[in-house]
Ligand binder design. Structure first.
Ligand SMILES: [Zn+2]
Ligand SMILES: [Zn+2]
Length: 179
């Protein structure tokens, strides 16, 4: 997702250019690797290039409940302005404003960082294989989506457990008295 924009920067404001993208974004510390496809278009502005992106990033993740592999799709749509850090004809250093991304000194526009930031912002911290994933049994680790495991059913509230133990004792008491 790297574009040589040297010749495009020579064009007057208002010039456009469009690309179809089908690329791979490497794994980073916070994000899994992804296949990135879609369209990117450039509009030459007075101070740089306005980049419009309409992409979808498909990555392999892990369900946060059952740990099965899931494919997560992240749609990325944004417009960001990129500005040169070096004046194209004279080679003079420029300081682009804070609100834009920088085009490096060799007039290379790198979309990777912008795409990474947008992927990160829209990433679900707890990816799920399906909204109602039942997860793993905390006792045996069985995948509860495949059916119930053979562990005894635990009651969620310890007070109910205490009550059922009392009931069981009472029943034993009745049986003992009856015999
Ligand atoms: Zn799951
Ligand atoms: Zn179990």
């Amino acid at each position: 997702m790297i574009f040589d924009v040297g010749s495009f920067l020579h064009q007057p404001a208002g010039a456009t250019r469009a690309y179809r993208l089908n690329e791979h974004q490497d794994k980073s510390e916070e994000l899994p690797a992804a296949g990135v496809t879609g369209t990117v278009s450039f509009l030459r502005t007075r101070r740089g290039i306005l980049v419009s992106v309409c992409l979808s990033a498909v990555s392999s993740d892990t369900c946060s409940r059952c740990l099965e592999p899931v494919q997560s799709v992240c749609d990325i749509e944004f417009q960001e302005e990129f500005a040169p850090t070096v004046e194209i004809d004279t080679g003079t250093r420029l300081s682009p404003p804070d609100d834009v991304f920088a085009i490096d000194g060799r007039q290379v526009l790198d979309l990777n960082e912008a795409i990474r930031q947008y992927r990160l912002a829209s990433r679900s911290m707890q990816p799920l294989c399906r909204p109602d994933c039942r997860g793993l049994c905390p006792d045996c680790g069985g995948n509860l989506n495949l059916g119930p495991c053979s562990c005894p059913i635990r009651s969620a509230d310890p007070r109910w457990r205490a009550l059922s133990e009392l009931r069981q004792k009472a029943r034993i008491g009745v049986e003992e008295r009856g015999s």
